[in-house]
Design a protein around this ligand. Structure first.
Ligand code: GTP
Ligand code: MG
Length: 229
């Protein structure tokens, strides 16, 4: 909303000042403080929140660890569907005095899940995404090796209908051939054409090598600066 067109490349538009502000945002404390498995179990609103959504196994928890420079702040797993609740992390200060919050969301698109589980996932997501005034942006992670799937489009639709600001982050860049990087970004931008509410910029990250992590931190700094937070 009210966003001007952004160049596709992740490097463009990222100033040294924003990179430094982003670095500082994540240089302090990082602490898990709340898990919500049900819609009525959300923590009271407080510091600005940024959430990570994406298919199971896309690398949400790993990205959260990479951003904060902690190895095991958020639990990662080889078994898809491990994170079943909304996990809240306080960043840059003791819980209650944090600068911002990260929210690790339960993954979707995992085939071996009961209808009941899907329904409770949907309830929890809707409850969180609607009327969470402190939520600044949802980063939707897409596996760079696989691209945008149908279940991702469902997520985009859910975000469109919740009127939430969201942005795509491609993951596992270290697993993608150099020559495939630009085509992958272009294909992702193309898939977003039907979703004008999405922020028109894609960041390609690797939690393993750290590529794109500085740019992603800068994206946080930019949102906070633009909103005077
Ligand atoms: P759920 O909680 O199940 O939804 O998964 P998740 O999205 O949190 O994924 P998680 O961070 O647990 O990572 C899933 C798997 O992908 C793990 O085996 C990670 O080691 C691996 N992984 C995550 N990020 C990267 C990356 O940047 N590069 C590579 N090569 N592997 C990664
Ligand atoms: Mg996880």
């Amino acid at each position: 909303m009210g966003q001007s067109f952004e160049p596709v490349s992740q490097e463009a538009g990222v100033t040294p000042e924003l990179l430094e502000e982003g670095r500082l945002l994540f240089a302090g404390q990082a602490e898990f403080f709340w898990a919500a498995a049900k819609a009525d179990g959300l923590p009271p609103m407080g510091a600005p929140e940024f959430a990570f959504a994406g298919r199971s196994n896309v690398g949400k928890s790993s990205l959260l660890n990479a951003l904060t420079g902690r190895k095991a702040l958020a639990r990662t797993s080889h078994t898809p569907g491990r994170t079943q609740q909304l996990n809240f992390f306080a960043i840059g200060g003791e819980p209650g005095q944090e600068r911002l919050r990260l929210v690790d969301m339960p993954g979707y698109g995992f085939a071996a899940v009961s209808k009941e589980k899907i329904a409770s996932w949907t309830r929890l997501m809707r409850a969180y995404l609607s009327g969470r005034a402190s939520l600044q942006r949802v980063f939707v992670l897409i596996d760079g090796r696989h691209g945008v799937k149908d279940s991702d489009h469902d997520m985009f639709k859910l975000l469109d209908s919740s009127a939430q600001s969201y942005q795509i982050v491609l993951t596992k860049r270290d697993e993608v051939k150099k020559s495939d990087v630009e085509p992958c970004i272009a294909a992702t931008m193309k898939a977003l054409e039907k979703h004008p509410a999405a922020f028109p910029g894609v960041i390609f990250t690797s939690s393993r090598t750290g590529e794109g992590i500085g740019e992603l931190r800068a994206a946080f700094a930019r949102v906070l600066a633009e909103r005077g937070l």
